[in-house]
Design a protein around this ligand. Structure first.
Ligand code: ZN
Ligand code: ZN
Ligand code: ZN
Length: 373
């Protein structure tokens, strides 16, 4: 990635913010192993493996990065290399957990561990830091991670445009007589061809498979008259994710399908239109759900309306009943109501939106009408 882009996406002052948040939260330190939290703070996309890599951010001492010796060149070459933090390498026969414990400022209390830290590492830290309670570092980081910077929104916009381009070719790939798996393989290739570095998921759910929201692909042969839910996403070189669903129909779909598809489309629009600062996620969820329920399909909308997105496909804020933490400018999340008729078919429409100062901006612009192929 272009170094200027990296600096804007992963600004050096972020580390100081995390340190402040660690102190505010009353923690002795946060311990970030490879994963989205570490990448958010440093830009370092480290490999998750059995050898410990860990950024230690004490509340009131200099942060340091513990890395296996063989990973040191990669760590130095990563955006973390320009942060000026001390890198402490360990050899194959050293105990890196004891190393972290020895360098942590004294005291018991609580430490935050990365939400995605492997359990086996959390247990090793429990042994290395007796009397220290572990809490989720996500609590410290979520307020920062939830509100995207201008550079992060640019990255999401770029991801949204890339997955839009993939949906634009989907009608050419979907044909009666092909299996979901064949279509899925072609879509995965397009996801990479359009600029993603990783294919995160490909759902091609035809006919009755469309009634299972997280069906992936199968060897089912697509038939004439099948509605097909296509939900796809990947990770861009920036680290930011895409996620977009459109529902297609191969030939003329069943009458009932057409009926509820229009309901769904209105519901998705209503939920988007509800987005602005100060509105609660549960109110956005209700905007979609109430319309679907009024049309008689309430029992077939079996999941929340959306999820936050950024360095992870699913992160805070969740657009769900019970979430009353008001939306703020910069929050990015999906709006994806669905209607699923068991054993018959289903439909979902999903866009990523960003809450702006006075409303919302969509990251996905492909037409939301029913695509009959
Ligand atoms: Zn999902
Ligand atoms: Zn989604
Ligand atoms: Zn999706």
């Amino acid at each position: 990635m272009n170094p200027d882009v990296t600096t804007e996406l992963y600004p050096a002052e972020r580390l100081a913010r995390v340190q402040e948040a660690t102190a505010d939260y009353g923690l002795r330190a946060v311990l970030l192993t490879p994963g989205p939290d570490l990448r958010y703070v440093t830009g370092y996309d480290a490999i998750q493996m059995e050898r410990l890599t860990c950024l230690v951010v004490p509340a009131s001492a200099d942060p340091f990065l513990v890395v296996p010796r063989l990973e040191l060149p990669a760590a130095q070459a990563s955006p973390a290399g320009r942060l000026g933090i001390e890198m402490v390498s360990w050899d194959e026969t050293d105990d890196p957990f004891a190393l972290v414990a020895a360098r942590l400022p004294a005291g018991a209390g609580r430490v935050g561990v990365a939400d995605r830290m492997w359990a086996v590492m959390s247990l090793r830290f429990r042994d290395a830091l007796p009397g220290t309670e572990q809490v989720a570092a996500g609590n410290v980081l979520r307020q920062l991670r939830m509100r995207k910077s201008a550079a992060e929104i640019d990255a999401l916009r770029e991801a949204g445009a890339a997955i839009d381009r993939v949906h634009q070719v989907v009608p050419r790939l979907l044909r009666a007589g092909r299996t979901e798996r064949e279509v899925g393989r072609d879509i995965a290739a397009e996801i990479l061809a359009e600029g993603h570095s990783v294919v995160d998921f490909v759902i091609v759910a035809s006919g009755p498979n469309g009634s299972s929201p997280h069906h992936e692909v199968s060897d089912r042969v697509i038939r004439d008259g099948d509605p097909v839910v296509v939900d796809i996403g990947g990770t861009m070189p920036s680290g930011y994710c895409s996620d977009e669903t459109r529902t297609y129909s191969v030939g003329e779909p069943p009458v009932r399908f057409r009926d509820y598809y229009e309901v769904l489309r209105e519901a998705q629009q209503a939920a988007c239109d509800a987005v602005r600062p100060g509105v609660t996620p549960e109110a956005v969820d209700a905007a979609a759900r109430d319309l679907i329920a009024k049309a008689g399909y309430g029992e077939y909308f079996i999941h929340r309306t959306g999820h936050g997105i950024g360095l992870e496909t699913h992160e805070d804020p969740y657009i769900v009943e019970g979430n009353t933490e008001p939306l703020r400018p910069g929050m990015a999340f999906s709006i994806e109501p669905g209607i699923y008729l068991p054993a018959e078919h289903g439909a979902r429409i999903e866009d990523i939106v960003v809450c702006t100062e006075d409303g919302y901006e969509r990251m996905n612009l492909v037409d939301r009408g029913l695509h009959v192929i």
